[in-house]
Design a binder for this molecule. Structure first.
Ligand code: GLN
Length: 621
């Protein structure tokens, strides 16, 4: 590279960070336009052990402060080297959550979106893989002025740059945030996250007094053989954090039972944290009561004091949002009217986290419909006689969730056939949608060889085949049709009823295969209704059966579970569970249930006009 060119590129890189000297040992990049002091930072770090619900804790705390009218921007800092979560096995890591912008991320981001009722994006999710890739790419571009590139200051510098960038654009509508909420994955002492912790120490120092609040989440042991709580592990964990140069401001003690005062005193004394800032975060019936429990212990007040933010609180905003949340939490923990059995036919049923968002979407919808859901996780790889085995379960609704690969597929197809023939309310999601298409093609439309090219590359009747764009991509990482897309809804359909007569809705996708356009017309002639489509291309996104044929049979190529929120449950789940109430108690009528989610018997039977299938497949949008 010519010398001058190199200097110009390096110069522009550094000036972006407000840094001009080649010799400085500081590497504290401020993105252009960053206003120091405008945003404060709250960092939540785990000690003693993982699995304490750090994500739930952090998101509850962020919610508590958001309800006060503060603009919060959460970020999860993952220690692993994967660039995103797209290639992670749900068995090991739980489900892959998909954001509206197509980011495939950790399921904790789903917890943040649901708790905060806020759409997040790629800037709210960072992995060590992203950080290192960025630093190494920059090094190759000559961005470090011939310096040796080091963990400190360059890798930590990249972490700080991202956090400051988030401070500038992570608030509502891409504006600044009042608070950046940082959750560091893993626990203090892990190799993977050491550079994040060092970056946070540097950030707090550079931003100055009262701009960063460190919250240590720890664990108080309660061995049954002793019958008393012990604080030693918690003390050691916090000491480890202090060895990194970070003095926590607040310590939250996870425990099974409320943490005794004497134990809190010990933790306080060994960690230089005043007693009122050592709080008990013991187990509760519902995660939705955590924000109130934090408030009751004064956690919000302490954080506002530490960060000097009391003047930014909007009490009217707080009262409204707190009230809405409280009434949801009361419904959630209160008595329920209807017992409903819901079968979930998947292959990762041994690990509930693999279907965390479906679990949550059911929780939201059943709370609003006063249903006590009894979930039956059915492993389709183990079903040999679906008709018999499913009949025995007395199911009132069935969900076939998303998935990849051939394993368990036969059980799903037979399961769909059984729900269709027995008129059990049904919701198919992504792969579940494709299963419904294959089942209908084989058993109703006469395509006995119908299959997906995902399972049989040279299928004779490939009713499901690869999206044209996806065929061009060979890698496994990040190669799917991902994220929020518009779905055009056919007026007069059940889909239209569920979405409140909207003609266009936005939902999130994660798939590589679709209904092959050459089969659309034939499937529709056989009675299947595609009532949600890509606005321009022949990509089928929602299917249903007429209500004269089946009380509730719907499926989506997208993932409706990803957009369900506690106060605004997702319509397809509301429709499913409302139909399940009637199934669970045949003596009930639509009027008895009194919900807007059951259509009148005569409604929504219209078959929408067939879209010409002569359209050749075009690249998806
Ligand atoms: N395996 C299917 C596809 O790639 C379905 C994906 C899913 O269920 N998320 O299209």
């Amino acid at each position: 590279m010519p010398h001058q060119d190199h200097d110009a590129r390096v110069g522009s890189f550094l000036s972006q960070f407000g840094q001009t000297s080649e010799t400085t040992e500081f590497f504290s990049p401020h993105p252009e336009g960053y206003v120091p002091g405008r945003t404060s930072y709250v960092a939540v770090l785990g000690t003693v052990m993982s699995g304490l619900g750090k994500g739930i804790f952090s998101s509850s705390l962020a919610k508590l402060l958001k309800d006060k009218g503060l603009a919060v921007a959460p970020v999860k800092l993952e220690g692993y080297l994967n660039v995103d979560s797209g290639t992670l096995n749900p068995y090991r890591h739980g489900e892959v959550f998909v954001l509206d912008d197509g980011t495939e991320c950790d399921m904790d981001l789903g917890t943040y979106e649901r708790m905060l009722d806020q759409n997040l994006s790629v800037q709210n999710f960072t992995t060590a893989g992203q950080i290192y890739t960025e630093v190494l790419d920059r090094e190759r571009r000559g961005g470090y002025l011939g310096r040796d590139v080091q963990m400190i200051p360059h890798v930590t510098g990249e972490v700080k740059r991202r956090l400051r960038q988030l401070a500038m654009t992570g608030g509502p509508d891409g504006g600044p945030a009042d608070l950046v909420f940082i959750e560091v994955g893993g626990t203090v002492g892990d190799y993977e996250n050491g550079f994040y912790i060092e970056a946070l120490r540097e950030l707090a120092f550079e931003e100055g007094q009262g701009r960063a609040c460190f919250v240590a989440l720890t664990y108080v042991l309660d061995p049954p053989t002793l019958g008393e709580q012990k604080s030693k592990a918690a003390q050691l964990g916090i000491k480890r954090l202090m060895e990194s140069g970070i003095q926590p401001h607040i310590i939250a003690c996870r425990a099974e039972r409320p943490v005794e005062e004497t134990v809190r005193e010990k933790v306080s004394m060994f960690s230089n944290v005043p007693l009122q800032r050592v709080i008990s975060m013991h187990d509760r019936d519902s995660i939705y009561t955590i924000p109130e429990a934090m408030r009751a212990q004064g956690l919000d007040r302490e954080i506002l004091t530490i960060l000097n933010c009391h003047s930014r609180v909007n009490t009217v905003h707080e009262d409204t949002h707190r009230g809405n949340w409280k009434s949801f939490a009361e419904k959630l923990t209160g008595p329920r009217q209807h017992d409903v059995n819901i079968g979930i036919l998947g292959k990762y049923t041994a690990l509930r986290d693999a279907y965390a968002s479906i679990d949550k979407a059911i929780e939201h919808a059943s709370t609003h419909l006063s249903i006590k859901p009894n979930l039956q996780w059915i492993d389709t790889t183990e079903i040999s006689d679906p008709g018999k085995e499913l009949s025995e379960l007395n199911l009132h609704a069935v969900i076939v969730p998303g998935g990849f690969g051939e394993r368990g597929v036969d059980g799903k197809i037979h399961g769909v056939q059984w729900v269709r023939e027995n008129k059990i309310p049904f919701l198919g999601i992504c792969l579940g949608f494709q299963m419904a298409v294959i089942e209908y093609a084989r058993h109703v439309a006469g395509f006995t060889e119908a299959n997906s090219t995902e399972f049989l590359a040279d299928a004779a009747q490939p009713v499901i085949s690869e999206l044209p764009d996806q065929k061009l991509i060979e890698d496994l990482g990040g190669t799917m049709r991902l994220g929020g897309q518009d779905v055009a809804i056919t007026p007069g359909s059940l889909a239209s009823f569920l979405y409140d007569e909207s003609t266009s809705v936005r939902e999130r996708f994660r798939h590589r295969f679709e209904v092959d356009p050459s089969f659309i017309e034939k499937l529709e002639q056989a009675g299947l209704i595609f009532s949600g489509r890509h606005p321009e291309q022949p990509i089928m996104q929602f299917l249903e059966l007429p209500r004269s044929v089946h009380p509730y049979f719907v499926a989506a190529q997208y993932h409706p579970e990803l957009t369900s929120r506690p106060l605004t449950p997702q319509p397809m789940f509301m429709g499913l569970l409302a139909a399940a109430i009637l199934r669970s108690n045949p003596s009930l009528t639509r009027e008895d249930v009194s919900t807007r989610w059951i259509p009148e018997p005569s409604a929504n039977t219209a078959v929408p006009p067939t879209q010409s299938s002569s359209a050749t497949p075009s690249p998806c949008g």
